[in-house]
Ligand binder design. Structure first.
Ligand SMILES: NC(=O)c1ccc[n+]([C@@H]2O[C@H](COP(=O)([O-])OP(=O)(O)OC[C@H]3O[C@@H](n4cnc5c(N)ncnc54)[C@H](OP(=O)(O)O)[C@@H]3O)[C@@H](O)[C@H]2O)c1
Length: 198
């Protein structure tokens, strides 16, 4: 059985996007290394240059991930990844109103409207023995509150953005205890992984 994990590039003051959903500064570390990684969406190739260790992490992520749950905002901000997510896995989108242009038999997207538990259950069913990734701040918080999240990966970027989309805003719950499982410094980023203690 796979795990449910969320991973984000985040500023030191806790933002995963700046104003107007701009995340370019947070992804700057992906061009500071010396190992080439190519990710492909439905409409473009993304050429990255990362450290050897970060390249290995991308490879591991691609091998281990069987499906992703995305919030509707992330889906919209990413332009539906041109029809193919860079990890090339099925995407379950949690939304109140499925976009009709993507509701069709051969769609790479499954739209779920009845809550985070249902969306994660659907993604687990698709992923089989592999892991489920969670994308979007709002739905990551919902996963945490519902006790659905097993791991949090943070690529910590040494910048203070000051405003934008915060990852851990208004959790409104008891402290969530975490166990740090990875600390790895690379050019322009520190990779951190935490296991959520339940
Ligand atoms: N730095 C990074 O690594 C990174 C990675 C990924 C994303 N991001 C950023 O994260 C931001 C997106 O996160 P976000 O927190 O704004 O939004 P989100 O979690 O992607 O999506 C939230 C939306 O999902 C839908 N939704 C949430 N709960 C629902 C429920 N229970 N039932 C039905 N629909 C539900 C609602 O949309 P509707 O009501 O419209 O359906 C809601 O507005 C973007 O700025 C993106 O750039 C950053």
């Amino acid at each position: 059985m796979g795990i449910v994990g969320a991973g984000f590039s985040m500023s030191l003051d806790g933002f995963i996007a700046g104003p107007n959903d701009d995340f370019q500064r947070l992804f700057g570390w992906m061009s500071l290394g010396n190992t080439d990684v190519t990710l492909s969406t439905g409409d473009r190739d993304i050429e990255l240059k990362v450290s050897e260790e970060s390249a290995k992490s991308f490879e591991d992520l691609m091998q281990a991930t069987g499906a992703i749950v995305s919030g509707r905002r992330m889906f919209d901000v990413a332009g539906a990844w041109g029809g193919k997510h860079p990890l090339n896995v099925p995407i379950v989108v949690l939304t109140h109103q499925p976009p009709q242009e993507w509701v069709k038999d051969e769609s790479p997207f499954t739209f779920v409207t009845d809550g985070i538990e249902s969306a994660v259950a659907k993604a687990k069913q698709i992923a089989g023995d592999k892991n489920v990734g969670v994308g979007g701040a709002d739905i990551t918080r919902q996963c945490l509150k519902a006790g659905l999240l097993d791991e949090i990966g943070i690529d910590l970027v040494p910048v203070l953005l000051g405003s934008g989309v915060r990852l851990f805003e208004y959790l409104g719950i008891e402290p969530v205890e975490l166990e740090c499982t990875r600390v790895a410094a690379a050019p322009g980023v520190t990779h951190l992984s935490y296991r959520v203690l339940k």
